[in-house]
Design a protein around this ligand. Structure first.
Ligand SMILES: Cc1cc2nc3c(=O)[nH]c(=O)nc-3n(C[C@H](O)[C@H](O)[C@H](O)COP(=O)(O)OP(=O)(O)OC[C@H]3O[C@@H](n4cnc5c(N)ncnc54)[C@H](O)[C@@H]3O)c2cc1C
Length: 324
């Protein structure tokens, strides 16, 4: 029995970045004790050594063609079965699109408390405690779970990822979820991915976001050039997405994506509360705005009061020189 168990996510035959984050936090919580990891999918057994290299003492694998695509009933049943084998005090899951669907299902089926989208977690004798932003990031709540197992989802990009050690061989146990394709109530037939291979905003270390102050989509080369210069990805405010200048998958905020990159550029974005809700846990925020009173400056670590059309090209050139 391990005190901490994690669900590791995979995509396109690889572990997702969040796998290293949940394992990094699991090892810290376990304080040198064992950590179990659960791997579910079709053709995922070969990833068990990668999971062990990130610090899992035991890898519980459910590998079956019923799990070729994520479905909450299938993965929920498989993960509930695996945690019955592991009997952990805490189950850690990334607060990703999949994790936000899966964790509540497992919490409900195992009668466990759920602490969702947390930015810090601690394991105490009597309870599991965590902190999480609430009311669109206006306040931080301290929450605790007192059930025998507590399910916790970790906000992506907040927790220190585990680093892989060489040559780890996994202690693998196969778990039969007792689920076949015929048992699934929802079947994902096909996933239509965007043609581009761009990194998802929630996984990016650097995001360059633009707002309505950029006047139109024809000026987006300013954002794209800066993003390229710093190795980042492009984001946008809702005003920009609603205007059809940028696709919805780039929207940051309450009704867009919640991101926590190492570096976030907010360019010609006012900093409305709904935008801040999606990015105010970024580690370093740089704001560029003509209005010195814009609310974005209240959360910015660095601010430039100036015209983005003048500032951004100069900044891009200077940052390019630094990277040469
Ligand atoms: C229920 C609800 C959900 C919402 N969800 C989201 C969400 O998920 N994400 C989100 O972003 N918003 C969301 N909003 C909308 C939000 O309230 C704001 O309307 C939106 O964020 C404004 O976008 P903006 O900052 O780009 O535009 P504006 O508020 O118009 O700000 C433009 C900024 O650009 C500056 N500027 C102008 N010209 C220049 C220049 N040349 N150089 C530099 N700066 C310049 C201006 O000073 C201004 O601060 C939501 C609103 C509601 C009601």
């Amino acid at each position: 029995m391990a005190s901490v168990c994690v669900f590791v996510e995979t995509a396109k035959g690889k572990l997702k970045k969040s796998a290293a984050e949940v394992l990094g936090e699991a090892k810290r919580l376990a304080g040198g004790g064992d950590v179990d990891a659960v791997l579910i999918g079709h053709g995922v057994s070969g990833l068990a050594d990668d999971v062990a290299a990130l610090g899992a003492s035991r890898v519980l694998v459910t590998d079956d063609d019923a799990f070729g695509h994520f479905s909450v009933d299938g993965f929920g049943a498989a993960l509930s079965k695996a945690v019955a084998t592991s009997s952990p005090r805490v189950l850690l899951v990334a607060a990703s699109v999949v994790g936000k669907d899966l964790a509540p299902a497992v919490a409900a089926s195992t009668g466990s408390a759920l602490l969702a989208d947390v930015t810090a977690v601690a394991l105490n004798d009597a309870s599991v405690t965590a902190t999480k932003p609430i009311f669109a990031g206006k306040a931080i709540a301290n929450v605790s779970g007192n059930t025998p197992m507590v399910v916790v989802t970790l906000r992506p990009n907040v927790f220190e990822p585990a680093t892989a050690s060489d040559g780890a061989a996994a202690n693998v146990e196969s778990v039969d979820a007792g689920v076949s394709k015929a048992d699934l109530r929802t079947i994902v037939k096909e996933i239509l991915a965007l043609a581009s291979e761009k990194l998802d905003l929630t996984e990016a270390d650097i995001i360059v976001s633009g707002g309505r102050g950029l006047k139109g989509p024809e000026n987006w080369h300013l954002i794209e050039n800066l993003a390229e210069a710093v190795g980042g990805v492009c984001g946008a405010s809702r005003a920009v997405v609603d205007a059809g200048w940028r696709p919805h998958d780039e929207q940051v905020g309450q009704t867009g994506k919640t991101v926590s990159p190492k570096l976030y550029f907010a360019i010609a974005i006012s900093g409305a509360i709904q935008h801040l809700a999606g990015m105010n846990t970024s580690k370093c925020i740089v704001a560029i705005n003509t209005d010195a009173e814009a609310p974005i400056f209240k959360v910015a670590d660095f601010g430039i009061v100036g015209d983005a059309f003048e500032v951004v090209p100069v900044l891009t050139e200077e940052l390019k020189k630094l990277r040469e």
